[in-house]
Design a protein around this ligand. Structure first.
Ligand code: ADP
Length: 171
């Protein structure tokens, strides 16, 4: 099982092998963390998205591109369910984490940073988004050594840290 930690900050600055992007099905950039990754990483990321994913990605799936100018080596793009638009199937949210870690394994990435997928514009209730993230990461059979959940604000980071502690004390 990968070591799971939570840090607070902007995921684009994380020094890990791969950062995960909470993308959308079109895979052509968007709001929130998606916009921040494309803005900080530069145009090579979008160019590769177009070349490698001409038809975009299905909800719950993941794929990778270069990380452009970011400190990470790769961006793993995944599509969480859009709760605000009525996509409420939790298995799709779990799948977004699981598929991202499968892609990380294919890349031989040893450290991966995730945002809280679907917890922003897509409107997944935050506490359940945190629990889904922890459950999916802890149950994944992955070669990744360290997984970081990157929370954008300190209140969310504290909540994630508390939920990780609880999950680890109930093994
Ligand atoms: P989604 O569309 O999947 O909901 P968002 O990007 O809107 O994705 O939000 C996902 C989570 O990422 C939210 O908790 C949001 O606060 C957070 N977030 C937004 N920008 C960043 C960033 N630069 N680094 C880390 N987390 C971010």
């Amino acid at each position: 099982m990968a070591t799971l930690i939570c840090v607070q900050g902007d995921i684009t600055t994380e020094r890990v092998d791969a950062i995960v992007n909470a993308a959308n099905r079109a895979m052509r950039g968007g709001e929130g963390v998606d916009g921040a990754i494309h803005a900080a990483g530069g145009p090579d990321i979008l160019r590769e998205c177009i070349a490698r994913f001409p038809d975009g990605l299905a909800t719950g799936d993941a794929g990778w591109t270069t990380a452009g100018r970011l400190p990470a080596r790769w961006v793993i793009h995944t599509v969480g369910p859009n709760h605000a638009a009525g996509e409420r199937d939790r298995t799709l949210l779990l799948s977004a984490y699981r598929r991202s870690l499968e892609v990380a394994d294919a890349l031989d990435a040893r450290s991966v940073a995730f945002p809280l997928i679907s917890a922003g514009v897509y409107g997944w209730p935050k506490e359940d988004a945190i629990d889904a993230a922890i459950t999916a990461i802890r149950s994944a059979a992955t070669q990744v050594d360290e997984v970081r959940i990157v929370a954008f604000d300190s209140a969310t980071a504290e909540l994630v840290q508390e939920r990780i502690r609880q999950a680890e004390s109930t093994v």
